[in-house]
Design a protein around this ligand. Structure first.
Ligand SMILES: O=C(O)c1cc(=O)[nH]c(=O)n1[C@@H]1O[C@H](COP(=O)(O)O)[C@@H](O)[C@H]1O
Length: 279
């Protein structure tokens, strides 16, 4: 069975290094002329999946915007995931899960077990109950060829207070997370399956990402103010593993599928140029 890292590496080579988020904000539904209800949600998610599912490497539905509508919203999330996977995109579910290990095992079955209705290629996870508490997710990822993206240095200004706090060993919390994930990816070729989230907004990280050997998801591009030109400052010599991620910047171009595709192509071209020039 192929690992997630291998599948992601191939998707990024074939389709370009780009992740587009499906974040159906109420404001975006209004902008698209859709009602702020389950029907509007369904049409929004279906339009994005039809427009981008066959050309973007990774699509990242933001679970919160589906959960907002209760079980029917989660039902739409399920069908959107299926539609995206059938179109050949890798689906990264943004749910930022984390808990004690025995509960993390249940999250692992919910998202990484192929028999689950919410089965996805990868999910986002929060390490603040200890990186070790996420072990059941890492094990499920290994068993089923899935991936996990663990928060390290997030794009929001509030993140630094916790993530840059210095631990008793002298490392920051973020460096500790980075180092533990690096261990998990050791020896993986061409890329490990456990990724990190590092915001494109944060400038020079002051952290060592050189041993991660896994994908580096970079949200914060577009609506949060970062541009592709910021990526070399943030990631330095580690650009080849960067997966740039845009949500509103691309979604604002809808609902016309041609305009959505053009916006995604523009984002991909910007990133491809920057990432390629660094190699
Ligand atoms: O895990 C994430 O994707 C994430 C981590 C992070 O540090 N910052 C961040 O913005 N995100 C998510 O990425 C998306 C950003 O959306 P835009 O600002 O519209 O591009 C949202 O769904 C956020 O929840």
């Amino acid at each position: 069975m192929e690992t997630f890292g291998t599948r992601l590496h191939r998707a990024m080579a074939e389709r370009g290094p780009l992740c587009v988020g499906i974040d159906p904000h109420p404001g975006l539904l209004a902008r698209w002329g859709l009602p702020d209800d389950v029907d509007g949600l369904e049409r929004f998610a279906r339009t994005v999946a039809e427009a981008l599912g066959d050309r973007v490497a990774v699509i990242k539905p933001q679970s919160a915007f589906f959960e907002r509508f209760g079980s029917r919203g989660v039902g739409i999330l399920e069908s959107t995931i299926r539609q995206l996977r059938e179109a050949g995109a890798l689906v990264l579910l943004d749910v930022k899960r984390g808990d004690i290990g025995s509960t993390v095992a249940a999250y692992a079955s919910a998202y990484l077990d192929p028999s689950s209705p919410l089965y996805v290629d990868a999910l986002t996870a929060s390490p603040y109950l200890g990186v070790g508490s996420l072990a059941p997710m890492f094990e499920a990822a290994t068993t089923h060829g899935g991936g996990v993206f663990v928060l390290a240095l997030t794009s929001n200004p509030e993140g630094a207070q916790v993530q840059r706090a210095v631990t008793s060993g002298g490392r920051t919390v973020a460096q500790l997370v980075i180092d533990e994930i690096s261990q998990l990816n050791r020896g993986a070729d061409p890329l490990g399956s456990i990724g990190l989230v590092v915001g494109a907004t944060i400038g020079d990280t002051g952290h060592d990402l050189s041993s991660v050997n896994g994908p580096l998801l970079a949200p914060g591009l577009g609506a949060q103010g970062a541009t592709a030109a910021d990526l070399p400052t943030v990631f330095g010599p580690n650009l080849s593993a960067v997966l740039p991620s845009y949500s509103r910047e691309v979604l604002n171009a809808g609902p016309d599928p041609t305009a959505l595709r053009a916006a995604a192509d523009r984002a991909a071209a910007d990133c491809r140029q920057i990432l390629a020039s660094a190699n």
